[in-house]
Design a binder for this molecule. Structure first.
Ligand code: TTP
Ligand code: MG
Ligand code: MG
Length: 396
């Protein structure tokens, strides 16, 4: 039985919210993002700005070079969060099975609905326009992979429906980079072999793909044909986020242990920021070579999503339980007591000074323990630590 999966993504989300707050922005080339002076990057670009080549994740300085007169607005995360929650709440009540993927994106499984998927999507799109004044794009297909690409293709304010059995045909002319799992590295390796479109990829013999990419090659072949069996799963709000690393060999070097704590803190921080939450409790997990495991936790004055703050708390806990020379088998860092980041509520009322100081603190730690130092040191022991340890991220 074929499924009916819808994918929705809000158009230029942060910018669209800004337009709601200030309609004069409509049609203008502007971005929401960090200031060029403080090496900020673009979070969201209005479609008028995209005509100049301005894109998300691009340094704001570069965006300004591409588009002179570009307006740069500072982010107001809590405002975007509020709008996101309202729209997502509406979507959740409109379909039996909804999986929110990010702040502005969701999958809906409406297989049991008697109406055609296109009709359901069109009516939800119109209703979201009307109720919330926010433009959305929709993809309709028999699976998540194709529905998401359909949304992307139709943007902005699009609605593209791919008929069952038409998946491969729909994907064929599209650039191979649109396929989930094809990052820049895979993309360039494929380009070297003349593979530019998803159709080119679908024509490659599976044996050749396995030769080139190992087991991942088989997944690529499956996806290129537009096949994807992943179910839509109703997510729970995570109550905590953590990352841990089992060393390939037990470690007792304080410097390396600290660097690992920093890397784990950065991973957790990145995931918190991506999910737009902050946590108030920081905990560490330590496993000794004999497998006994201990955890320690501490409560911060206010919730954080900042790597440096997580690291400082984790390091404090670590130094309290670790004694010079003691071997460690596993290290973990976790943050719990999650809530939308409160800091951003006040960010707008104050100067950027606070943020700058924070950035400096993090930079200092990076210089001492971070990836630059790691690269400079170029030492084998560390390489083994980062390349061959067993890493594990989780939410619970
Ligand atoms: P996206 O849905 O990727 O982008 P978008 O909504 O701005 O534009 P469109 O979907 O029409 O292509 O991301 C949703 C929001 O997440 C975006 O408005 C801002 C934020 N974001 C960042 O902060 N940094 C990023 O690098 C990206 C990609 C998004
Ligand atoms: Mg979007
Ligand atoms: Mg999105």
């Amino acid at each position: 039985m074929s499924r009916t999966i819808l994918h929705v993504d809000l158009d230029a989300f942060f910018c669209s919210v800004e337009e709601l707050l200030n309609p004069e922005l409509k049609g203008q080339a502007f971005v929401v993002g960090g200031r060029a002076e403080s090496r900020g990057v673009v979070s969201s670009a209005s479609y008028a700005a995209r005509k100049f080549g301005v894109r998300s994740a691009m340094p704001t300085a570069r965006a300004l070079r591409l588009c002179s007169g570009l307006l740069v607005l500072p982010p107001q995360h809590h405002v975007y969060m509020e709008h996101s929650s309202k729209v997502m709440e509406f979507i959740r009540t409109s379909a039996p099975l909804v999986e929110q993927l990010s702040i502005d994106e969701a999958f809906l499984d409406i297989s049991d609905d008697q109406r055609p998927g296109t009709r359901v999507a069109a009516s939800l799109q119109a209703e979201i326009d009307q109720r919330f004044g926010l433009p959305t794009s929709w993809g309709v297909a028999s699976n998540k992979l194709v529905a998401k690409i359909a949304t992307e293709v139709g943007k902005p304010h699009g609605l593209i429906s791919v008929p069952p059995d038409g998946e491969a045909v729909f994907l064929a002319p599209l650039p191979v980079g649109m396929l989930w799992g094809v990052g820049p590295k895979t993309k360039s390796r494929l380009a070297e072999r003349g593979v530019r479109t998803i159709g080119d990829l679908a024509l490659m013999p599976a044996s050749r793909l396995i030769q080139l990419f190992g087991a991942h090659g088989l997944d690529l072949a499956t996806r290129a044909r537009g096949e994807d069996k992943r179910p839509v799963v109703e997510e729970r709000e995570p109550r905590s986020m953590s990352a841990e690393l089992t060393f390939e060999r037990d470690l007792s070097d304080h410097d390396l242990l600290c660097r690992t704590l920093l890397q784990l803190s950065e991973r957790v921080g990145r995931r918190l920021r991506k999910s737009m939450v902050a946590g108030r409790t920081v905990r560490i997990k330590l496993r000794w070579p004999d497998f006994t495991t201990l955890t320690r936790q501490t409560r911060l004055v206010q919730p954080t999503d900042q790597d440096g703050e997580i690291y400082r708390a984790a390091l404090g806990l670590f130094n309290r339980v670790w004694r010079e020379g003691r071997m460690v088998r596993l290290l973990g860092v976790g943050v719990s007591d999650l809530s939308p980041p409160a800091r951003q509520l006040t960010l707008f009322d104050h100067t950027w000074e606070k943020d700058g100081r924070l950035l400096k603190a993090i930079d200092d730690i990076r210089t001492r323990y971070g990836s630059d130092a790691v690269r400079r040191a170029g030492n084998l022991k560390l390489k083994r630590l980062t390349d061959r340890g067993v890493e594990d991220d989780s939410s619970s």
